[in-house]
Design a protein around this ligand. Structure first.
Ligand code: FMN
Length: 347
């Protein structure tokens, strides 16, 4: 599939899967794409210095079947980001996103990520340079503020300045990042969520495309936020840990398209992707580690996770491991069904 057009990209942005380091790699995205044709997928953050100075172009590798897929960049040097954005566009990404929300130490010392909430002029300059350097849409993912900033003041100022540089689409993680004293993980849970502020931003900036992110645990919650006038919802951990609940249902509920793909088809589609990956010299576990949550909450889920975790990393493991693990789910479903029938007989 070639790069999707702007209309398709905007439609997809109604529901996206968040960029997540070490999680949303190309194998994860391939899996998510098998579950949903339409959700917008993001890469893990790739830093501009790694691409431009480190020669790490291989980090941009992706399969066009993942589309629509957006590349997230980290950095704070306009020239370097412009060069990295051009590389991303050249590689075929549908969107280039600048990370202004990640609070990790490593990222702070490089002066990018959430610290950029304190430097909207730099962000504007970076975005202008990225827009100038290539033709793909440039977007920003940010927080509502950091440390002792007042979000009600800094967020509108940030949006105004960065949109004046030509950015029309933002994803706002609806909580502050506390740059001192909290780990990146704690920074995803402890600072309180403020959805109301993000909803107010949409009222203040109706011409901007605003997606909300943070703590969305179900499609019901995503739909409720869309009904409040937001243009998009980005889901991170829930989509990763329970992809069937979020992504399998999304095409029907968010875009009024096809219903969930039958699980037999999902497994066979993934077996095909796995065979291609193994033929390319890859390892089974690199793909299946992202699939552990596929049957979350269903009979056999634990046996599925255990079987994959134990057998997929073994030398020579192939797609049959996936099929065997799926047999455990089918057996568990049958046992549960028989139990239910028996219970009904006993009534
Ligand atoms: C393992 C992990 C890695 C993350 N890596 C990134 C990243 O590379 N770039 C980014 O902007 N946010 C990153 N985040 C934050 C998510 O994109 C998202 O903003 C956050 O998890 C809140 O959304 P959620 O509550 O739906 O998970 C990461 C989150 C997790 C759990």
């Amino acid at each position: 599939m070639t790069r999707p057009d702007q209309m398709t990209l905007l439609k997809s942005a109604r529901l996206s899967v968040a960029p997540m380091m070490d999680w949303t790699d190309r194998h994860c995205r391939t899996f998510h794409r098998v579950l949903s044709d339409h959700a917008l997928l993001y890469t893990e953050m790739v830093t501009a210095p790694a691409l431009v100075r480190g020669g790490a172009r291989h980090l941009l590798r992706f399969d066009p079947s993942e589309h629509p897929v957006a590349l997230q960049l980290g950095g704070s040097d306009p020239k370097e980001l412009a060069e990295a954005a051009a590389m991303g566009a050249d590689e075929g990404y549908a969107e280039i996103n600048l990370n202004c929300g990640c609070p990790s130490d490593r990222v702070q010392s490089g002066s990018f990520g959430a610290v950029l909430m304190e430097r909207p002029d730099i962000v504007a300059e970076c975005c202008a340079a990225m827009i100038d350097a290539q033709d793909v849409e440039v977007t920003v993912k940010c927080r509502i503020g950091v440390d002792d900033q007042d979000p009600a003041e800094v967020l509108p100022d940030f949006l105004a300045r960065v949109s004046a540089a030509g950015v029309g689409r933002f994803t706002i993680h609806a909580r502050k990042a506390w740059l001192q004293g909290l780990s990146p993980k704690e920074n995803r849970d402890i600072p309180p969520l403020d959805y109301e502020l993000v909803v107010r931003m949409k009222e203040m900036f109706p011409h901007l495309h605003l997606s909300i992110n943070g703590g969305v645990a179900s499609l019901d919650e995503a739909e409720a936020l869309l009904e409040r006038g937001l243009d998009g919802v980005m889901v991170g951990r829930a989509a990763y840990h329970d992809p069937a609940a979020i992504l399998s249902q999304a095409d029907q509920r968010i875009w009024a398209k096809r219903g969930p793909r039958p699980m037999d088809d999902v497994i066979e589609a993934m077996a095909g992707r796995i065979e291609a990956h193994l033929a390319d010299g890859g390892k089974l576990h690199q793909v299946t580690r992202h699939m552990l949550g596929l049957f979350s909450g269903q009979p056999g889920a634990r046996a599925w996770r255990r079987y994959l975790s134990e057998h997929a990393p073994k030398n020579g493991a192939d797609a049959q491991v996936l099929r065997d693990a799926y047999d455990l789910i089918k057996q568990a479903a049958e046992t549960a069904q028989n139990g239910e029938n028996k219970a009904l007989e006993d009534i």
